[in-house]
Design a binder for this molecule. Structure first.
Ligand SMILES: *Cc1c(COP(=O)(O)O)cnc(C)c1O
Length: 370
């Protein structure tokens, strides 16, 4: 039985009529960029995260960029970024002339190693980017203590973690800014690109709103050089239909993850993901580690059975060609480099059927027994 890594049609099929009605309403309204649907969606996401402000943006990448712009990151500024993450975590810094400083991650949670982060702080360090990778929050208590002590900004890269909790509190409410993505593979997937910034600060929210619209304030008077980072009304209208189901999607992902953690427990050669006690993961990915250099062989074994998997991420950020001027972490980013060789993400999407979960787990067990 083939099992896809992700099948969005299962999530969308029961909502099709409501999507069609929402599309129709936006069509008739004639408001296609920002406007009331976006404002309503912003209020709903802010409420969901327990934060004061949400600013709808064109993508998660642009959300990170606008956050860095609003905080004034530029030449001479260093920003601590985990080396094991998606490209946009660091490209937002580089695009503004700043310098990303690579920090290693922990091998168990895949999240930023804070001892390594502290070692890399100096008088040029301005900000720290905790990435809540695969849906699990970073150690925000420790991060806030570090940020307070050294006077750093925190920009949460929460692209994969809308709804995740740390000590019972949702991510997004810890940093000066937090960036979310509505790319279709994220837990709240849109119908194209989309993103959001959230913040508790009135001043930062104003700044982000101006920057997303060419720094215009008031109309046609440009106080800052911003860009076009606006969210479309159709995206907001359609995602507003999905948002009330987000908790049930998370719960299904968590149940799927629990199944794997049980079914794959003790398989020799396989390291299962660890969720810390104070965290509630939203399981954007279920990512295992394969020891002994057999990751690619497992991936091929699964592919031959029609089972989808993906490598997030095969190359660390310090190894990316376009970032070579910022130094390679040959000796100091050992965990990150090991993970790039070891990790494999397997299907965990909310609508997976029980037989499919069994199929995936059985195939993995078979691989290690053969
Ligand atoms: C998806 C993602 C982004 C970028 O979001 P887009 O909406 O695709 O631009 C940034 N950081 C991380 C960790 C992501 O997973």
């Amino acid at each position: 039985m083939p099992v896809p890594l992700l099948d969005l049609s299962r999530q969308h099929a029961p909502l099709e009529q409501r999507f069609a009605a929402a599309f129709d309403a936006v069509l008739k309204s004639g408001v296609f960029v920002l406007g009331p649907e976006v404002e309503q969606f912003e209020r709903e996401v802010a409420h969901y995260c327990g934060v004061k402000h949400a600013i709808g943006l064109s993508s998660g990448t642009d959300a990170l960029l606008v956050a860095m712009m609003a905080l004034g990151i530029g030449p001479g500024d260093e920003v601590l970024c985990p080396a094991f993450s998606f490209f946009a975590t660091a490209s937002c810094v580089v695009r503004l002339g700043g310098t990303p400083v690579w920090v290693d991650v922990r091998p168990d949670t895949f999240n930023i190693d804070l001892e390594d982060a502290v070692r890399k702080i100096n008088s040029s360090t301005r900000a720290l980017v905790p990435v809540h990778l695969f849906g699990q929050a970073c150690d925000m208590e420790c991060i806030q203590a570090i940020a307070d002590k050294y006077g750093l900004f925190i920009v949460e890269d929460a692209a994969q973690a809308l709804g995740a909790k740390y000590q019972g509190q949702r991510v997004g409410s810890f940093g000066h800014f937090a960036a979310f993505s509505f790319y279709p593979t994220k837990n709240l997937g849109g119908f194209g690109d989309g993103g959001m910034l959230v913040t508790q600060s009135d001043e930062l929210a104003d700044m982000a709103r101006w920057l997303r619209n060419h720094g215009m304030h008031p109309r046609y008077y440009h106080k800052y050089v911003g860009g076009n980072f606006r969210l479309d009304a159709i995206q907001a209208a359609l995602m507003r239909i999905k948002l009330p189901f987000l908790e049930s999607y998370h719960e299904n992902r968590a149940a799927n993850a629990a199944f794997y953690l049980e079914a794959l427990n003790g398989v020799d050669g396989l390291i299962l993901p660890v969720v810390r006690q104070e965290c509630r993961s939203v399981w954007n990915q279920f990512t295992v580690r394969v020891t002994g250099g057999r990751r690619d062989a497992l991936r091929k074994y699964l592919a031959d059975k029609g089972i989808g998997s993906e490598i997030y991420y095969p190359v660390t950020l310090d190894q990316q060609e376009c970032f070579r001027e910022f130094g390679r972490g040959q000796d100091c980013l050992l965990n990150s480099h090991q993970l790039a060789d070891d990790v494999l993400s397997i299907p965990v999407f909310p609508e997976l059927r029980h037989e499919e979960l069994q199929e995936v787990a059985a195939a993995i067990v078979d691989f290690f027994n053969s």
